[in-house]
Ligand binder design. Structure first.
Ligand code: SF4
Length: 442
């Protein structure tokens, strides 16, 4: 039995792809292992959003080769594989096969080809029409939490982003397939599902009669209601695209308690000029409308976001607008990035004119502002009782259990592993920088 080790970088979509690759390989008779050193086959699922992805891959493969007398079969999948294709064979010594983002269902064929014919196999083809989107119970990252992709790809083409080139155009799964998967996960004992997609709320399945349009609602909010009706205990969704964040999504959350009170809505900048240059397709006024609707909900919905500082042409005034925006929105947390150009994107051709030290200053200032907002804002959870899914024994203490609240906060509390998989009431006793601490209510 050949042993396979899979290393995954990047977003939930990559984690989900790796889980499905693991399921396929287990079904085909391979053994999945956590030990890279004894694996016969190593698959690296790459991400190109971070800087120097290729360089990191090069270093990693070099390290694998150096540490072994007999080289394992090495396959590269994910965004770097899709973007670079067979050029990876020339650029990085030791790569045996390259599998594009939509070719992952044929991982076993790629391995068989390399075993039979030697290295050099590339597959950047499309998904099989009957591609199986489910993940076997044994290959999920958690027995209690499951990712359910509902849409892949992206049509938005933000100028700084490589994803539409790596992941192709948006394709949504059929509602019936999604509901089938959720019901099956519920039967298996999964408590929380995450509906995922690069722009999850742009969900729009193809129907026999073409692309329908629902008045006053969206396909996504209708899907949310249908998934809520399956009775699965908790439903989260990410990532939302601001332009497509229809008010009915908040209405659906208000109506269904199992739709969790957390929205991740990447804003990227508080300046309309920068948003236009980024081609984000929303203005800051439209973004605030969405925030106002979310804040008006009775659910106390936690808001998180992504922000880029130092985008080409960002002036001090543009940056001030971003700071004001963060103060207005009061995010529970924000992922702040310093802009760096990605080859192959339209922004790569722009003049990267914000000096590195200015980017760092802006990053630090925004981080300081956000931290102080966050510290103040998170106090609202103190002495409140949150429903927490007990997911695992804490990495920091054997006596603590770690899980997530419905508002997607990491919550640690004293407890033993007998409660794993249960949703428990935890009274919050301490607010930490990136997590909450509490005690189980009797
Ligand atoms: S919406 Fe913009 S940032 Fe998000 S994946 Fe698409 S192009 Fe990238």
């Amino acid at each position: 039995m050949k042993k396979v080790y899979i290393e995954t970088f990047g977003c939930q979509m990559n984690v989900s792809d790796s889980e499905r690759v693991a399921s396929t390989l287990a079904e085909k008779g391979y053994k999945l292992t956590d030990n890279e050193k004894t694996a016969d086959i190593i698959v690296i699922n790459t991400c190109s959003v971070r800087e120097k992805a290729e360089q990191k891959l090069y270093t990693q493969i070099g390290r694998i080769r150096k540490g072994r007398s007999e080289k394992p079969v090495i396959g590269v999948m994910g965004c770097v594989a899709q973007l670079e294709g067979e050029t990876l064979f020339n650029k990085i010594n030791g790569v045996d096969f390259v599998l594009g983002t939509r070719a992952v269902g044929r991982i076993h064929t790629a391995i068989e080809k390399v075993m039979a014919e030697g290295s050099g196999h590339t597959d950047l083809g499309e998904r099989e029409p009957d591609y199986d989107w489910s993940v076997s119970d044994a290959q999920r990252h958690s027995p209690y939490v499951a990712f359910v992709p509902i849409i892949e790809g992206c049509n938005k083409f933000c100028t700084y982003c490589i994803v539409p080139f790596a992941r192709g155009r948006e394709v949504s799964l059929s509602g019936s397939e999604i509901i089938r998967q959720v019901l099956e996960l519920r039967r298996q004992g999964v408590k929380e599902i995450h509906l995922i997609g690069q722009n999850v709320n742009s969900y729009k399945p193809k129907t026999d009669s073409g692309l329908e349009d629902f008045k006053g609602s969206t396909y996504f909010s209708r899907l949310l209601r249908a998934v809520a009706a399956t009775g699965i205990e908790r439903i989260k969704f990410t990532t939302s695209f601001p332009r497509d964040f229809h008010p009915d999504i908040v209405d659906a959350m208000d109506e269904n308690e199992n739709l969790c009170n957390w929205v991740h809505l990447p804003v990227q900048s508080g300046s309309n000029k920068v948003l236009k240059d980024m081609r984000r397709l929303h203005t800051i006024e439209r973004y605030f409308e969405r925030i106002d609707k979310i804040k008006a909900s009775g659910r106390d919905i936690a808001l998180t976001t992504d922000i880029i500082v130092g985008f080409p042409g960002e002036t001090d005034k543009d940056f001030r607008d971003t700071v004001k925006m963060a103060e207005y929105c009061e995010f529970d947390s924000a992922y702040i990035f310093k802009y760096s150009p990605r080859p192959g994107t339209p922004a790569y051709e722009m003049d990267d004119d914000v000096p590195a030290e200015v980017k760092t200053e802006r990053f630090r200032e925004l981080e300081r502002v956000q931290k102080s907002i966050q510290t103040r804002h998170l106090q609202r959870y103190l002495n409140k009782t949150l429903k927490v899914l007990a997911e695992k024994v804490s990495a920091k203490s054997d006596e603590d259990i770690s899980g997530h609240s419905t508002c997607h906060k990491v919550v640690n509390f004293r407890g033993s592993n007998v409660i794993l998989g249960n949703i428990v009431d935890v009274r919050i006793t301490e607010i930490k920088a990136n997590s909450l601490y509490g005690e189980v209510c009797s």
